[in-house]
Design a protein around this ligand. Sequence first.
Ligand SMILES: O=P(O)(O)OC[C@H]1O[C@](O)(COP(=O)(O)O)[C@@H](O)[C@@H]1O
Ligand SMILES: [Mn+2]
Length: 643
Amino acid sequence: MDTKYLDLLADKFDSEEKVVTELINLESILNLPKGTEHFVSDLHGEYQAFQHVLRNGSGKVLERINDIFKDVLTEEQITNFAALVYYPEDRLKVVKERFESKKDLEEWYVEKIHHLIHLVSYSSSKYTRSKLRKALPKQFVYIVEELLYKTDEFTNKKSYYEKIIQKIISLGQAEKLITGLSYTTQRLVVDHLHVVGDIYDRGPEPDKIMDTLIDHHSIDIQWGNHDVLWIGAYAGSKVCLANIIRICARYDNLDIIEDAYGINLRPLLNLAEKYYEDNQAFRPKKHSEQNITEQEKIQISKIHQAIAMIQFKLEAPIIKRRPYFNMSERLVLEKTDHENNKITVYGNTYPLENTCFNTVDPENPARMLPEEEEVISKLLLSVQQSEKLKRHMNFLMKKGSLYLKYNGNLLIHGCMPVDADGNMEQMEIEGEVYKGRALLDKFENYLRYAFKHKEVTDDLATDMVWYLWTGEFSSLFGKRAMTTFERYFITDKASHKEEKNPYYYLRENVEMCEKILKEFELDPGQGHIINGHTPVKEIDGENPIKADGKMIVIDGGFSKAYQSTTGIAGYTLLYNSFGMQLVAHQHFNSKEDVVLNGADVLSVRRVVDEEVERKKVRETNTGARLKEEIEMLNQLMAYRYIN
Ligand SMILES: O=P(O)(O)OC[C@H]1O[C@](O)(COP(=O)(O)O)[C@@H](O)[C@@H]1O
Ligand SMILES: [Mn+2]
């Protein structure tokens, strides 16, 4: 190694002892069991349900509580204690009201602090002290360490404990400590979080999910098609922007745009009021829990039509200037027979219903009215000026990627586009042919480029972000074409079908999965592919574990809108030193139900893979990094300190 680096390193490790201490420290970390990875996907704005899964560590917190307390506490006491660990602030409020005397409440504090210290101690057994320290509530680090480590030195352990705890209570700090230790437990139970795509759209609070993720201690994100749509909008793609607003209108979520991100919808509303009437096909979806008035529904229907028509118009020039997107069949406005209100798509002719083509000139159907141009430009300006959106999109870019290789596994939201024979699909972009991993890398480069050049709105990079949302060889979409137009205007459901890429049946085969793992230079014997994106229909007997466990699909549908088709409320995956387990979650009712009644969501575990030997940090991504550090320190040792 260049001695320049070693000299730099020697600034930090300026004595032989420091190098030795660090080497021993790193070596001991390598021998610890690997931390628990938690995989979630397709959150779709369902902040409450996601919070719950995060706070209960997909059932891991309850498992730990049971390990310790199942013989000393009743089932009810255990669920109540679990509710406290998940939602400490809310549960404390409820409990406090139930006590009549201060003394009883203080006894309760004492007991809970004891239990929490026990739980933290048990949950941190596979971590170093320094890692545990980082997870402790900051203002109580010293006190908690006292309680955790020093008690054995005293013959009368109980009285020592009690003295410290009494002091905490008399100083009015009990609730803060209980809250802090609850969060410490949550943090210790899961070491690292993977979000395998689709944070945005359909549900009401994606912005709150983003804030939670930003605060998370260790996380990565594999973008989903819906996330890329939001990135595209922020990066200057008007057609992506029209799509996100259209989807928000469709699900009665325009609050996200207006209130959460502060984007002014007034110009769009004015346009909508001028050109559109109420239209059943554009009324918001029914599942919405909010009570909205008839008046509001009509207004949303108008906005929805206005933005949908802008979207269809904006698609046409892109399809034309990028012939290799192979999307000419999607020139729907031009293919429409405006006189007879019919359309021929994919060889079939259908009558059109519920049309709203007031702004369409049959001679030049994709031409935007100057008012439409102005509306979309203003919206884009407003989007790019939203501070909150900027923060969220920057975070998506920083922590996100199209796919991720992590501890031997391949994490990818949608698919690897293949043909019916399982060959990687090829796409020609600007005269060069790409396929497999190289195609995905190319896509990601374009996306990053578009994000860096937000002021450019119609270059290839920006168009490519939209392609990732809807193109046939997009690894995020994975379908031949998006039939949005057909779903609004054609009654015959046959026309709505979106044909999936052959990947979605070929991924049942072990060989196919092994081939893909090899494409990413992963060990096909050890690795798994982890996908989200397509709701697993347990109802119809579909198994989320495919190809002998090589393929795991974890989209069970957090999205309420999709729960009736899946039959459950989502899958998550846990991967710890003992192996992988898939967790199926039942429908999540509400946080209040958990806080008041201790009613936790039932979850069912299935083992995907068991390690023959407990997996150590040594064998993980982190381990590889630590080994590099050890190697550098060894070199420093030889260079500086050993003669
Ligand atoms: O259910 P909606 O709102 O009509 O959305 C359907 C659209 O969403 C998609 O399924 C993409 O979303 P997902 O990634 O959640 O599947 C498209 O293929 C389809 O056109
Ligand atoms: Mn998806």
